[in-house]
Design a protein around this ligand. Structure first.
Ligand SMILES: NC(=O)c1ccc[n+]([C@@H]2O[C@H](COP(=O)([O-])OP(=O)(O)OC[C@H]3O[C@@H](n4cnc5c(N)ncnc54)[C@H](O)[C@@H]3O)[C@@H](O)[C@H]2O)c1
Length: 247
């Protein structure tokens, strides 16, 4: 018997920061498994929706703004409510602790952490009614690496792991799981300022000696958002070719 790959048929999946990079790859991968995808970003990510096809939606959602979450939740209700929320949007300017100022700190917290709380606030009630739901937070393997100038970012990425661990307890009785995925260095616009030598310096520390691609991150997200992962919650899965090895 051939196993169906339509693991996400009938699911509605919202992805933040889906205009490019890892978020776009996740949106495309979820659609490829049958999910109806709501791709969101600071501007409606029309290109991502176009790549998926007419069944996809592109909506504006600044993840730091509660009014945007409220508005998107209202629109998604008309599509049958989200079963899956993948919080992927991220903000990661490099600042040593001497150069880090409060506005940068606060923007990093708002983009990388407030977003997770707000997504739960606006999407949990419908998941509870359906007795099924999946929250996935895109963290980073940097939480376990000695990278200077990223204390604010590492704070938020560790916070995502903590939030998912705590959230898992509060939602489990309604068939809802909460997990995080920790990518390693991944070939997106975000790392384009790095030289090839700098990138090699990172990926040469991995067991799998090549730079990660956005498509490398999608497998963990597909698994965690499927029925196959119904008994897996509060977990953190590292997807970095084997660089960081303590979970
Ligand atoms: N690329 C890497 O090496 C790497 C490694 C580990 C983790 N990550 C994480 O993966 C996620 C995606 O990274 P990427 O490399 O694809 O980044 P990227 O910069 O290519 O894309 C990020 C997307 O998020 C959107 N975004 C930024 N602020 C937003 C906001 N306030 N509201 C809504 N959307 C917003 C941007 O418009 C952009 O489309 C981030 O959370 C990042 O921390 C990336």
């Amino acid at each position: 018997m051939k196993t169906s790959m339509r693991t996400h048929d009938g699911r509605v999946a919202l992805v933040t920061g889906a205009g490019q990079g890892i978020g776009q790859a996740i949106a495309l991968a979820l659609a490829g498994r049958g999910a109806r995808v709501i791709a969101t970003d600071l501007e409606p990510p029309h290109e991502t929706a176009r790549k998926i096809g007419p069944e996809a939606f592109a909506l504006q959602l600044d993840v730091t703004r509660e009014e945007d979450w409220r508005s998107v939740a209202g629109k998604v209700q008309d599509l049958g409510d989200a079963d899956i929320v993948v919080n992927n949007a991220g903000y990661f300017p490099k600042r040593t602790i001497d150069d880090l100022d409060l506005p940068t700190w606060r923007k990093t917290m708002a983009t990388n952490l407030d977003s997770h709380f707000l997504s739960v606030k606006y999407f949990l009630p419908a998941m509870r009614k359906k007795k099924w739901g999946r929250f996935v937070g895109i963290s980073s393997n940097m939480v376990g690496l000695a990278i200077p100038g990223m204390s604010h970012y590492i704070t938020t990425k560790m916070g995502i792991v903590g939030f998912m661990r705590g959230l898992a307890n509060d939602v489990a009785s309604d068939g809802i799981t909460a997990n995080s995925v920790l990518p390693g260095l991944t070939n997106t616009q975000a790392i384009s300022p790095q030289s090839d030598e700098q990138k090699r310096g990172t990926w040469s520390q991995q067991a799998i000696k090549r730079l990660g691609e956005p498509g490398d991150v999608t497998g963990a997200v597909l698994f965690l958002t499927s029925d196959d992962a119904a008994f897996i919650t509060g977990q953190a899965i590292v997807v970095d070719g084997g660089q960081y090895r303590i979970g």
